[in-house]
Design a protein around this ligand. Structure first.
Ligand SMILES: Cc1cc2nc3c(=O)[nH]c(=O)nc-3n(C[C@H](O)[C@H](O)[C@H](O)COP(=O)(O)OP(=O)(O)OC[C@H]3O[C@@H](n4cnc5c(N)ncnc54)[C@H](O)[C@@H]3O)c2cc1C
Length: 427
């Protein structure tokens, strides 16, 4: 039987202890079968259990094996596309609903952490850092835009203020979101999995869904068992492969890489990020970083289109880190890893239903920690018959990548090269 471990990472090395979870070896019956134990699957499972559904979660490897256990840990609110772009595409009514939901994911995470006492190093405060005056202008207009949707907690930082929160001289200013923040992402997923089990849900690890028998009474097959369910939620995101061909066709897995330094000690850590906020810059191919609970710097950046694993991650990411913080030139890198997120052409998530009973959410295109928590709630609402918020997402227009599965990678890389050039030239 397959036994896929976590990839080597700082998160796997500092994960909270968890009980062993068996593989599915039986035929079981449930109300909802969730495929994938990342944040989308776990958040859906939790909301469904809290509303009286019976839930069985199938995970191909281990809880948080995918992006949810490997990400930068940044609680970044809103979507990977500005709400005014969304408004132009879908009109004011739908944009209003989506805009109102844009900061809900961060609240859901905090509620989960508090209600289920999840130990995941939660810290408040996230900064968007502008490298150019043009990016600063964009942050100013974003702030005005969010205020229109009722989100008034954002604070602009001028050059002096941003130096007070991050010791990097690349930035001309920024924007602080105290409803953002950061977490140990794998420990958040493990805590949510424990919460699922505390409410009577079952999670099978090392149990990939290999086939879905569709119809009025769908059945999900794993190598050694099957789950009969009233509903299925597909939450495999960038790791789903071709299990649901309709979903594979309109999205593309991409890799992004993260490194973690050795512990810096309190003094050096505080000199870099005195308030312990997380930071992401405003480039299209952005850098993001933060401190861990034990005062290491976690630094991420770069995208590999098509999700090949790059050979030497440290060689790719360390120069970016040293550009931001030259003072770390003698600091050792203890961990380096890669993970996959799912890109869509519009960079907006894809949410919907196949037939009467197979629901899905995927493709938040980079910023997914908060969105996936919201997605779980919205999917659970739809299964309870309240579909207004689900429909607001489901009605977003989506298109397949040009070039199909064969040529989508070079096309997307070309697009990214263009945006990367714009970042470098500052236009
Ligand atoms: C390196 C990296 C850094 C990131 N940093 C940030 C960040 O700082 N902030 C932010 O907001 N977002 C970030 N993201 C994005 C964010 O992590 C993701 O959007 C989010 O975690 C996706 O959650 P998910 O549950 O949809 O998918 P995943 O977490 O990928 O979970 C999918 C799960 O489904 C399982 N699975 C797949 N197929 C099957 C199957 N057939 N049967 C059973 N199980 C299956 C997989 O094993 C996996 O565990 C980052 C992503 C990466 C890769």
């Amino acid at each position: 039987m397959a036994n896929t471990p976590y990839p080597e990472s700082y998160y796997a090395a500092s994960a909270n202890a968890v009980p062993p979870r068996p593989a599915l070896q039986d035929d079981v019956e449930t109300d909802v079968c969730v495929i994938g134990a990342g944040y989308t699957g776990l958040s859906s499972a939790l909301f469904l259990l809290e509303n009286g559904f019976r839930v069985t979660v199938l995970e191909a490897a281990k809880v948080g094996f995918g992006a949810s256990g490997r990400n930068g840990g940044q609680i970044v609110n809103s979507y990977s596309r500005d709400i005014d772009v969304i408004e132009r595409s879908v009109g004011p009514k739908q944009a209003q609903l989506l805009g109102q939901m844009a900061f809900e994911g961060g609240r859901i995470i905090r509620e989960r952490v508090s209600k289920y006492n999840i130990q995941c190093d939660l810290k408040d405060g996230g900064v968007f850092a502008a490298i150019t005056a043009r990016q600063m202008g964009h942050l100013e207009s974003q702030k005005r835009l969010w205020e229109r949707f009722g989100h008034t907690q954002l604070e602009l930082l001028d050059q002096r203020r941003i130096r007070e929160v991050v010791a990097c001289d690349q930035y001309v200013g920024g924007m602080l979101d105290m409803s953002g923040g950061h977490i140990h992402p794998l420990n958040l997923a493990l805590g949510e999995a424990a919460a699922v089990e505390s409410l009577g849900g079952t999670i099978y690890e090392q149990s990939p869904a290999v086939r879905i028998e569709r119809g009025a009474n769908p059945v999900v097959h794993t190598p050694l068992g099957k789950v009969r369910a009233k509903f299925i939620i597909v939450a495999g995101n960038a790791y789903l492969g071709n299990l649901v061909p309709e979903l594979a066709a309109k999205s593309m897995p991409c890799g992004t890489q993260v490194i973690t330094t050795e512990p810096l000690g309190d003094e050096l850590a505080k000199s870099l990020l005195p308030q312990d906020y997380c930071v992401e810059d405003c480039n299209y191919l952005l850098d993001y970083y933060r401190l861990t609970g034990d005062k290491r710097l976690i630094f991420g950046g770069g995208v590999v289109y098509g999700a090949r694993d790059p050979a030497n991650i440290e060689a790719i990411i360390r120069p970016k880190m040293l550009k931001a913080f030259p003072q770390l030139k003698d600091v050792k890198i203890d961990y380096a890893w890669t993970g996959n997120f799912l890109l869509t052409l519009s960079r907006l998530p894809q949410v919907g239903r196949l037939g009467d009973n197979i629901y899905y959410s995927q493709g938040c295109s980079g910023h997914g920690v908060t969105y996936t928590h919201l997605a779980g709630k919205v999917l659970a609402e739809a299964l309870r018959g309240q579909a207004e918020r689900f429909d607001a997402f489901a009605d977003l227009p989506h298109y397949p990548f040009p070039g199909g599965q064969l040529l989508r990678t070079p096309f997307a890389a070309l697009g990214a090269w263009y945006y990367g050039l714009r970042d470098k030239l500052g236009f």
